[in-house]
Design a protein around this ligand. Structure first.
Ligand SMILES: C[S@@+](CC[C@H](N)C(=O)[O-])C[C@H]1O[C@@H](n2cnc3c(N)ncnc32)[C@H](O)[C@@H]1O
Length: 387
């Protein structure tokens, strides 16, 4: 078997947003990664196979995990083609399997991701046709094997995607509403809030239920990949199915269903409530999450709890003044009905923080779809400092 780059270095790579890196380091350490070295938009780490499978199966915060296969100079598309063609793809792509390439290039003579991906694809197909007499099929949406090409400063790194595309997708989002949160971002909210998973948590604008689902996964210790049918690491040339089934069995055995009433939420929109109930039903313990239809303004006083929510911030048909006064209403709700709670509110628009009428005790920068957002903590004392 060829000695690929990750065999030589023992290093794998996890991709994560710049702001979530600190949370990501903590998560990787908890899952057993060693010698974590931060890099731009991610980190390298050492892991043996048991630890690697556990990381890919359980990590909630990362967007991608990669096993580097080759690294080489790529000063032109032709050079890229020639180098890729010498690589033993027959050890990775088996007859009948499909593949796709995700490419990202920067600061290099090769400056077009799509063309670079095309060249790499041609080289792989040409090699396999010469070796086997048939070209593999490309499936850009749902391939068996996801390959990653990263070219920076004329150095190319080719890697196998270990989750098998979109690590953040858990599989529970079967129904959605406008502007759902990315699962890994909701998981970052839960982690940043330091919620203990034992005291009640509430989302008063739950949309399709992403925060509630991530809270459930955290509290019930449901692995992030629990609903995923297949993983990219199954295509590692040294994949060991026995190790993987042991890792999976051990992680699944830790699942502990939450008590009724631990996690709950509401939304004013009936479709959102329906979507949340459907989505949560895919997770163990999802039936224990209570979701009702209500405007937050009409809710009764909440028992002291952790509130985590992602209000709308640029709703269609809502003028700026309306969004500002709506944000003020969230502040009033927290002051009047949430005494004794800690509230974490995500603001996609930073200027709205001032409009809530409360002083945040913490601010956590987290971007959402390119927007520079802030997760803010408001401590709602009983009694109280605010009233
Ligand atoms: C940005 S979305 C939340 C998305 C959610 N985190 C998800 O991942 O699907 C904001 C939600 O707030 C709800 N909403 C807006 N005004 C509300 C109000 N006054 N009371 C309760 N919910 C409200 C909307 O119906 C929408 O579902």
């Amino acid at each position: 078997m060829t000695e690929f780059r990750y065999h030589k270095t023992g290093l794998f790579y996890g991709q994560i947003s710049e702001e979530a890196k600190k949370l990501g380091v903590d998560e990787l350490k908890e899952l057993g990664a060693q010698e974590i070295q931060q890099d731009y938009r991610g980190m390298h780490f050492h892991a043996d196979m048991v630890t690697l499978f556990k990381i890919v199966y359980c990590s909630r915060l990362f967007s991608r995990f990669l096993a580097p296969l080759h690294r080489f100079d790529a000063l032109s598309e032709d050079m890229l083609y020639q180098r890729v063609k010498t690589m033993k793809w027959e050890e990775i792509i088996k007859p009948g399997q499909t593949f796709a390439i995700f490419a990202n290039v920067g600061n290099s003579k090769i400056n077009h991701s799509k063309f670079a991906a095309q060249k790499m694809k041609d080289a792989i197909c040409d090699r396999l046709r010469e070796k086997r007499g048939e070209r593999p099929d490309i499936d850009p949406k749902n391939p068996d094997i996801w390959l990653n090409l990263f070219i920076n400063k004329n150095k190319a790194t080719i890697a196998l995607d270990l989750s098998g595309g979109s690590h953040h997708k858990r599989g529970y989002r079967q129904d959605s509403v406008e502007a759902p949160l990315m699962e890994s971002l909701a998981a970052a909210f839960i982690r940043a809030s330091e919620w203990d998973g034992r005291t009640p948590l509430y989302d008063p604008m739950c949309g399709s239920g992403t925060i509630l689902a991530e809270a459930l996964m955290h509290a019930a210790r449901i692995p992030a990949g629990y609903l995923r049918k297949r993983f990219g690491f199954e295509h590692m040339p040294d994949f060991d199915a026995d190790i993987w089934s042991e890792v999976k069995a051990k992680a699944d055995a830790r699942i502990k269903l939450p008590q009724e009433g631990l996690i709950s939420g509401s939304d004013m929109d009936a479709d959102a409530v329906r979507a949340s109930i459907v989505n949560l039903s895919y997770l163990p313990g999802g039936d224990k999450i209570k979701i009702i239809q209500s405007r937050f303004q009409d809710l009764d006083d909440l028992e002291p709890c952790t509130i985590i929510t992602n209000p709308p911030y640029g709703m269609r048909l809502m003028k700026d003044e309306d969004v500002e006064s709506f944000t003020g209403e969230i502040g009033d709700f927290l002051k009047k009905k949430c005494a004794g709670s800690n509230a974490w509110v995500f603001f996609g628009e930073r200027k709205l923080i001032l409009k809530i009428g409360l002083r945040p005790s913490r601010k956590f920068p987290l971007s959402n779809g390119g927007l520079d957002g802030r997760l803010c903590k408001f401590e709602m004392y009983r009694g109280n400092k605010w009233t």
